[in-house]
Design a protein around this ligand. Structure first.
Ligand code: AMP
Length: 125
C-alpha cells in the first residue's frame, strides 16, 4: 500500500530495521551518510536502494529537514556507488518515489539506482 509522504517517521519501517541490522540485506556500500543494498525485487539487472542514515520519511522530508552536510554526503554517496558499480558509461536511472501517487511503499527516504539494460524513455511518447 503506498504511503503518505507527510506522515510522521515510523522507526519500525523495513529500512530503519535494515539500518539497525535487525533485518538482513545484501549490502553494497556504507559511509557516514548513506547505506546501500540490493532491492529484494529487482526491476533491472542492477537495482540498488540508497538510504540516508537519518529518520526521513521521503524526499520531501529529507530536503526540508536534513542538514547541508547530510544532503551533500548522501548525494555524493549515490554518485560514488554508481561510479563504483561501473554504471556511468552505460548509464543509469535514479528514482525517488514520494508519496501516494508515486507508489512509495517504504516510509524511509530512498533512492533507487536502476541500470544494466536499456530502459527506454521514462515517459513514453
Ligand atoms: P518504493 O516503492 O519506492 O517505496 O520502493 C520500495 C522498494 O523496496 C521496492 O522496490 C521493494 O522491492 C524494496 N524492498 C522492500 N522490502 C525490501 C527488503 N527487505 N530488502 C530490500 N528491498 C526491499
Amino acid at each position: 500500500m503506498p504511503v503518505d509522504a507527510t506522515q510522521p517517521y515510523d522507526d519500525q519501517n523495513i529500512f530503519a530495521r535494515i539500518l539497525r541490522g535487525e533485518l538482513p540485506c545484501t549490502k553494497v556500500y556504507e559511509d557516514e551518510w548513506a547505506f546501500a543494498f540490493n532491492d529484494i525485487n529487482p526491476q533491472a539487472p542492477v537495482h540498488i536502494l540508497v538510504v540516508p542514515r537519518g529518520p526521513y520519511v521521503s524526499w520531501d522530508d529529507f530536503t526540508e529537514k536534513a542538514g547541508d552536510a547530510e544532503i551533500s554526503g548522501f548525494i555524493r554517496a549515490v554518485g560514488k556507488i554508481a561510479r563504483d558499480q561501473g554504471l556511468v558509461a552505460p548509464g543509469y536511472r535514479l528514482i525517488a518515489n514520494t508519496g501516494f501517487h508515486s507508489h512509495q511503499e517504504i516510509p524511509h527516504f530512498h533512492v533507487h539506482i536502476c541500470a544494466g539494460k536499456q530502459m527506454g524513455r521514462m515517459i513514453p511518447e
